[in-house]
Each structure stands twice: as structure tokens, then as C-alpha cells.
Design a protein around this ligand. Structure first.
Ligand code: ADP
Length: 158
């Protein structure tokens, strides 16, 4: 059986926390599609193309990882690419409560798709893209929180 998982997110920007979950999940699946969700109601700090390029660069040497963008329901995207698993990372009990609701709704809509949670590595638990964006808006250094080799464009939206 081909175990394909989708790891959906905004990746605005990609962080060391994302990287850690992806690395740890890879041995569990045959293929992992990192899927950048695009939401008309949500404006990202970084353009989709930039977020995609970062991920493509990070995983260029990994044939079992695909980078994609999608809009609409995550379960519809999973069905479209024949993925049986949806992967999410958990940093805290707040993440759990939030993710539980989404996973249960997804299960009602698409019972054939199993959501798998990985507890995040302790070292990366406090890292979130939204805090990284706040630090950037205030002119701080985020290099410890984002993967090596990722460069943030000089012109960042306020
Ligand atoms: P979303 O807007 O869908 O939450 P994110 O890009 O913020 O998208 O996150 C994508 C996934 O990565 C989510 O499952 C989230 O829980 C997980 N994640 C985010 N930051 C970390 C971290 N520091 N450690 C582990 N998982 C994380």
C-alpha cells in the first residue's frame, strides 16, 4: 500500500519547527506532500511563490517530498492526490484543542483520510510562524527560528 501524507500549512514563513516535524514524519510514509494552503480571506506576509521556493530549496534532495499549493478544503486536496493521511504538528494543548475540532470535522467529511499528529520536538515548541512574523515586523533577527539557507526578502510588509 502506498502511504501518502499531506502536511498542510501556511508556511508564512517556514520554520525550524516545520522542518523538524517533516523530517520526523518522513520515515512513517512513502510520500509526503507539503501543501501550502491559500485562503482568500487571509493575507500572507510572504507571496505564495516565495513560500514555495523556500520549501522546494529545502527539500530539493528528497524525492519522496513534493511541494504543492492548494485552495479549498484540505480533504478535497488529499482526495485529489490520493493521500490517505493528513499530518499535523502539535505544540501545546491549545494546538490540540484546535486541531481536534478540525480533525473530527475532516473525519466526518472524509472518513477514509486519517489525521496523524506528531508532538513537536521540545526544542521547537515555542516557534510559530506568527511570532516569527512579529519579530520581523519589529526588525528582530529570526535566523535561529527559520531553517538555515532560507533568506528573508529585505522588503517585508509592515
Ligand atoms: P496553519 O496556518 O495551517 O496552522 P502553519 O504553517 O502555521 O499553518 O503550520 C503548519 C503545521 O505545522 C501545523 O500542523 C502546525 O501545528 C505545525 N507547526 C507549526 N509550528 C510548529 C512547531 N514549532 N513545531 C511543530 N509543528 C509546528
Amino acid at each position: 500500500m502506498n502511504r501518502t501524507a499531506v502536511f498542510p500549512g501556511s508556511f508564512d514563513p517556514v520554520t525550524r519547527g516545520h522542518l523538524s516535524v517533516i523530517r520526523r514524519a518522513l520515515p512513517l510514509f512513502d510520500h509526503l506532500t507539503i501543501a501550502i494552503g491559500t485562503n482568500a480571506g487571509k493575507t500572507a506576509m510572504f507571496p505564495l511563490e516565495t513560500r514555495k521556493e523556500w520549501l522546494l530549496r529545502l527539500f530539493a534532495g528528497e524525492p519522496r517530498i513534493t511541494i504543492a499549493a492548494y485552495s479549498g478544503l484540505t480533504v478535497d486536496f488529499c482526495r485529489k492526490i490520493n493521500a490517505g493521511y493528513l499530518l499535523r504538528g502539535l505544540r501545546s494543548s491549545a494546538d490540540f484543542e484546535f486541531e481536534k475540532g478540525i480533525a473530527q470535522m475532516n473525519q466526518l467529511m472524509a472518513p477514509e483520510i486519517e489525521t496523524i499528529f506528531l508532538l513537536c520536538d521540545l526544542l521547537y515548541a515555542p516557534i510559530s510562524s506568527s511570532i516569527v512574523r512579529d519579530i520581523l515586523r519589529n526588525g528582530g533577527d529570526v535566523s535561529r527560528f527559520i531553517p538555515e539557507g532560507i533568506s528573508i526578502p529585505q522588503t517585508v510588509k509592515p
